[in-house]
Design a protein around this ligand. Structure first.
Ligand SMILES: Cc1cc2nc3c(=O)[nH]c(=O)nc-3n(C[C@H](O)[C@H](O)[C@H](O)COP(=O)(O)O)c2cc1C
Length: 397
């Protein structure tokens, strides 16, 4: 259940609903009267697919899903944004509207994402309220630091929706990867030509980051090695940032020996310029500049060839003959599993928030249908967990 209160950050909660739904959650939204002045209930209704609840003293609502039914329906109550006013009402146990009444009537975990002007946040009254709520096991997500809608700078920004989803998801860890160390690489690599130019690719890192988040959710200890992306680092995941294929190779090799599973979701360059020009190449260079390329080292082959090798999962992104290329890669790189995806399908692959995968292993294959990347990553992690534990049982028997 998502509670939305009257703050300027309420517009971000529209995206939050979408991202919560991407995890497979069913979302019902409850808004305070002030919240409805910032964003219309219709927006949340369209995004959540459920009627939005705004009234406590409403006979029609009570005849449908009463405030007590609502309180019992939820697995968790996240209030985002949580206004200074709402934090005060929650602290003092007021039940003067639907959201505050639900917060009193529910026994599921309550999380608040405060969002307000930095002076309001720093005010001793707000600080006292937050401290009291924390002592009562209310989860306080954020706030973050940065520029504010009012033009000021400081503490009080609501955490980004993706960060809130990660924090909330950690309440529902499935545990299939408890005690397992997982190394994930993600994003593109940039191969520098000169100080201003590079050869890159269109990988956004979204799939790899979603896998790291899903692995964390499943209880794993996760290290994410990321090429350049614009994504915030996932919560409670150790992140190592790299730029080039060579740096990605070095970082992965230094970590691979200590992990149980390696999931190679990065789009690492196959070729890099043979020579790096330390001065910017001039437009007028004559004759026309030819950039000679050389092959980069193959990370997956190196990891799967290690003496103490982790369970290796590769990715194949192809524009044609996906099935054949993926199976060839599975065999030639001696992988345990490969996840194949088309790069030229609409609303899939690079940059998209959605994807579909076909998994291949030595003795079978499985389609993971088109879904938001986080949901797909959760399904992928569950399946890897199954295969990894089965392999371990055989090794240990
Ligand atoms: C334009 C505008 C923006 C506001 N932004 C915030 C905000 O970001 N955080 C906050 O705590 N209060 C903010 N307020 C004040 C709340 O809307 C006000 O305290 C309201 O009573 C909150 O009601 P609620 O907690 O029931 O939703 C803002 C008010 C206005 C007029």
């Amino acid at each position: 259940m998502l509670g939305v209160t009257g703050g300027i950050a309420a517009y971000k909660s529209a995206d939050l609903v979408r991202r919560l739904k991407d995890t497979g959650a069913e979302v019902r939204v409850v808004m305070t009267a002030a919240a409805t002045r910032f964003v219309t209930p219709l927006t949340f209704q369209a995004l959540s697919g459920n009627r939005v609840h705004t009234q406590l003293l409403d006979s029609e609502s009570e005849a449908g899903m009463s405030h007590i039914d609502l309180a019992r329906w939820a697995d968790a109550l996240l209030i985002a944004p949580a206004s200074a006013n709402f934090l005060a009402r929650l602290t003092y146990g007021l039940a003067d509207d639907l959201l505050s009444t639900l917060a009193l009537a529910t026994d599921v975990p309550i999380a608040v994402a405060p969002a307000m002007n930095q002076q309001m946040w720093a005010n001793p009254a707000t600080q006292h309220n937050v401290q009291t709520l924390r002592q009562r096991d209310v989860l306080i997500y954020g706030p973050g630091q940065g520029s504010q809608a009012c033009g000021e700078e400081g503490m009080g920004r609501m955490l980004e929706p993706i960060q809130l989803v990660e924090q909330l998801s950690s309440l529902f860890e499935t545990g299939s990867m408890q005690g397992v160390k997982i190394l994930v690489n993600a994003g593109p690599t940039y191969e520098d030509i000169d100080p201003v130019r590079f050869i890159g690719n269109r990988s956004s890192g979204k799939m790899g980051y979603a896998i790291a988040m899903a692995a964390k959710e499943a209880g794993a200890e996760v290290t994410l090695i990321s090429g350049p992306t614009s994504l915030p680092p996932p919560e409670k995941v150790e992140c190592i940032n790299v730029r080039s294929a060579r740096q990605m190779y070095d970082a992965v090799i230094s970590q691979a020996g200590g992990c149980d599973i390696f999931i190679a979701a990065a789009a690492v360059a196959d070729f890099r310029p043979k020579h790096y020009e330390s001065q910017k190449i001039k437009k007028q260079s004559s004759p026309l500049k030819t950039i000679e390329l050389e092959q980069t080292d193959d990370i997956l082959t190196a990891v799967s060839g290690l003496k103490k090798r982790p369970f290796c999962v590769g990715f194949a992104a192809e524009s044609d003959h996906l099935d054949r290329y993926a199976q060839d890669k599975l065999k030639s790189k001696k992988l345990d599993m490969i996840a194949a995806n088309w790069i030229n399908k609409k609303n899939s692959g690079f940059e998209s928030d959605h994807n579909a995968l076909t998994l291949y292993w030595q003795t079978g294959q499985l389609d993971l249908p088109h879904a938001p990347k986080l949901q797909l990553a959760q399904n992928l992690i569950s399946f890897i967990a199954e295969k990894y534990h089965a392999q371990h049982r055989v090794k240990n028997s």
